[in-house]
Design a protein around this ligand. Structure first.
Ligand code: SAM
Length: 191
């Protein structure tokens, strides 16, 4: 049993306040969302995907945990809640207006490959939104140790490390916004 199978039944409860804040930021920065095709990578139980759907987006969510997806399927049509690995996406190139990765990049063991896949499936001019924990923060360092104890990769990056990686992979117009003491939002564009 992996980490997310274990915590799936309680996940939405202990993330409720954070999801509310994160949703507000994403809705503001990604507007207008009406009729836009969004892919939520490592989207978990679908709480944020659901907020974007309510704003008019059509969201596909991909996650590697059956237990998390079981909950997602209450919020999204089942053909748009996909079991899979973010490092090998079952979608054609240039398919999405937005790819978002929230609190998930640091859980991906193959971060570079996932970001290359995000670039492939985005349409030219499409937006990659990454919201994650900032390695510079002391509390995030503690979180990273706790996650490693649970055998998670805990590959938190600093905003500068992520910007460098995105540029290497080919994203342009990379902008980072520090949204709290421990989290940042990175927005970048496929050329
Ligand atoms: C902390 S949760 C974040 C969920 C959601 N984005 C949110 O903000 O509530 C991280 C998610 O990443 C998923 N995940 C980890 N590795 C993955 C991979 N290689 N491919 C797809 N999903 C993955 C986990 O199953 C988990 O649901």
């Amino acid at each position: 049993m992996n980490f997310f199978s274990l915590i799936a039944p309680f996940y939405d409860c202990f993330m409720a306040a954070l999801h509310k804040k994160q949703g507000k930021v994403l809705l503001a920065r990604l507007a207008p969302l009406s009729h836009r095709k969004v892919l939520d990578l490592g989207g978990g139980t679908g709480k944020l995907a659901n907020q974007l759907e309510k704003a008019g987006a059509n969201v596909w969510l991909l996650d590697s945990s059956t237990a998390m997806l079981k909950r997602t399927r209450r919020l999204l049509p089942s053909n748009r809640a996909v079991l899979g690995d973010a490092a090998s996406l079952p979608f054609a190139e240039n398919s999405f207006d937005v790819v978002m990765i929230v609190d998930a990049l640091h859980h991906f063991r193959k971060q570079e490959i996932v970001l290359e896949e995000a670039l492939r499936v985005l349409r030219p001019g499409g937006t990659l939104a990454i919201l994650d924990f900032n390695r510079k923060n002391a509390a995030v360092k503690v979180l990273s140790i706790l996650e490693q104890v649970m055998l998670e990769p805990a590959l938190m990056l600093t905003a500068e490390q992520l910007e460098k990686l995105l540029a290497q992979i080919g994203f342009i117009k990379i902008e980072t916004e520090i949204i709290s003491a421990y989290q940042y939002l990175s927005l970048s564009t496929k050329p």
